[in-house]
Design a protein around this ligand. Structure first.
Ligand SMILES: [Zn+2]
Ligand SMILES: [Zn+2]
Length: 322
């Protein structure tokens, strides 16, 4: 039961992030993404110059403009959702947490790995459950792959995907520690969205998520579908069986591309299609609910084609050719 005392305590804790919690000195929550914006602008421009002048290739400015608009929208929405998420995390933290993990050097090492494993599972589920895919699909909707693609971020995900990080709060990682690490992970993932970097030294490709690994993640080639969900460390994909190395040239985008540069459509089209399936399909309640939970492509009448089907077909073709 939420007593009035508890609620007051929570509000006091939330209003100031500079509170001394027992032995704990809690730093301010820096908005790392805001500080990184000038760096994003400079590097996107450098990549445009390198693509057009050095590689003599086309650069699709319209596509990049949509990605940048999605990024700006995401940052603007984040002004609200970050406060909301922090409030929820604080509430959970002050209701229950297992350990008092202090702000020390080893806590940052722990959170680096714990947050990255959490990111991996959040991202894997974002690809296999349509309720989460509806917001994550935005990041995959470009048919190009460059630094601007990294900025193509969801407008709806930050309202609810934070639930995956709640276990970290329950373990006892401080909400500020978790939110800072979430931003660090997002910043790390920026530079891997490029075709300018081929393959990095073997040891680096072995441990870290790299441009090569993430190109696979953005590709629609059947063998690449729903692979390499890593954030910072690629080890989780290798550990949990979703790793695929980059061999064939990736074809970027979605299995069924959305063919629009309108940011509002990019943000909400899949929500529209999902809700249409939920509410207009002539089927029972269980199947309607399944439209939220099942992977993209699933149909209640069994006619849907999933990424697992496409990969299976590709594998069988490969084997028959040997
Ligand atoms: Zn993804
Ligand atoms: Zn990406």
């Amino acid at each position: 039961m939420l007593t009035q005392r508890k609620l007051t305590l929570f509000l006091i804790m939330f209003v100031s992030t500079k509170i001394h919690h027992n032995f704990m000195q809690i730093p301010d929550l820096p908005n790392l993404i805001h500080y990184a914006i000038p760096f994003f602008v400079a590097t996107v421009i450098i990549e445009v110059i390198l693509t057009v002048k050095v590689k003599m290739e086309d650069y699709q400015y319209k596509d990049a403009a949509t990605s940048i608009a999605m990024g700006l929208g995401n940052v603007a929405i984040g002004l609200f959702t970050k406060t909301m998420v922090l409030a929820v995390f604080y509430f959970v933290y002050h209701t229950f947490h297992l350990f008092d993990i202090p702000f020390t050097w080893w806590a940052w090492i722990l959170i680096l790995f714990a947050e990255d494993a959490t990111y991996y599972w959040n991202h894997r589920i974002a690809h296999t459950s349509r309720l989460f895919w509806a917001s994550h699909v935005v990041h995959h909707s470009s048919q190009k792959y460059n630094l601007s693609t990294a900025l193509r971020q969801t407008w709806s995900g930050s309202f609810y995907t934070f639930i995956f990080w709640i276990p970290l709060v329950l373990i006892g990682f401080h909400p500020v520690l978790i939110l800072v690490q979430m931003s660090i992970s997002l910043l790390y993932q920026y530079w891997i969205h490029t075709e300018m970097i081929d393959k990095l030294p073997k040891w680096f490709e072995f441990i870290f998520n790299t441009p090569s690994h993430h190109r696979v993640h953005h590709a629609t080639n059947p063998q690449y579908l729903d692979r390499n969900h890593a954030g910072i460390f690629i080890i989780w994909d290798k550990l949990f069986g979703t790793f695929e190395p980059e061999v064939e040239k990736p074809v970027y985008g979605l299995v069924k591309n959305i063919e629009t540069f309108n940011p509002v459509k990019v943000a909400f089209l899949e929500w529209f299609y999902m809700l249409k399936d939920v509410f207009t399909s002539k089927t029972n309640l269980i199947n309607r609910i399944k439209y939220f939970l099942k992977p993209p492509g699933w149909r209640h009448d069994g006619t849907g084609i999933l990424s697992t089907d496409m990969r299976k077909e590709w594998k069988e073709k490969q084997q028959s050719q040997v």
